[in-house]
Design a protein. Sequence first.
Length: 212
Amino acid sequence: MTRARLVKLLDPGMRTVPSTAPCGPTLTIDGSVDIVSKDTTGPSPFAPSPLPRRRPADVGEANLAVVSIPAPLQSIVDTFQKAPRSLKLPLLLEYSGKVPPLPAGMDAELERVHECQTPLFLKAEVADDGGVRLYFDAPEEAPTTRGFAGVVHEGLSGASVEEVLATPDDFYQSMGLAELISPLRLRGMGAILARVKRQLREGGGARRAAPG
């Protein structure tokens, strides 16, 4: 005996709508169609349980550290990044002219950066106000290397020691120079920054031997 017939025998005028009505039309005993709307006031018993929210501690605090570049250096990187390909090298040559001359007597205090294909010497020190001072010496006939030095000088001079040490050695990767300069030569810019950092950690670095 079907459920509908059993209900009719018990109460011929009774309409049968299940207490937990399914979504969609339900056929009643008298032949009419009863439209039952889906109940959206409560969660569906078939809905998956929400995933637990991951707190910063779950992924590790170290992974949340944001790499930062001092604003002047970031501005230079952005300028190169936006410049058309044809203007990137002229822009680098422009920075080669921004390397200031050495103060008197500074020549013997510079350290050579051997990773640069062209001889380049530098010194990094901390001024009384806590800002970093940078000094570079590279031949005029090596405008690319001098351009690297000019970028580092303009971007990091006056920054705090902490800011310089936090600057990624490969910051130059975002400048778009890889399509114009060989990787070996381009790594010289990273080597310049790495040597600046080492000198700041050591408090002055090695000295270039005075000419005998």
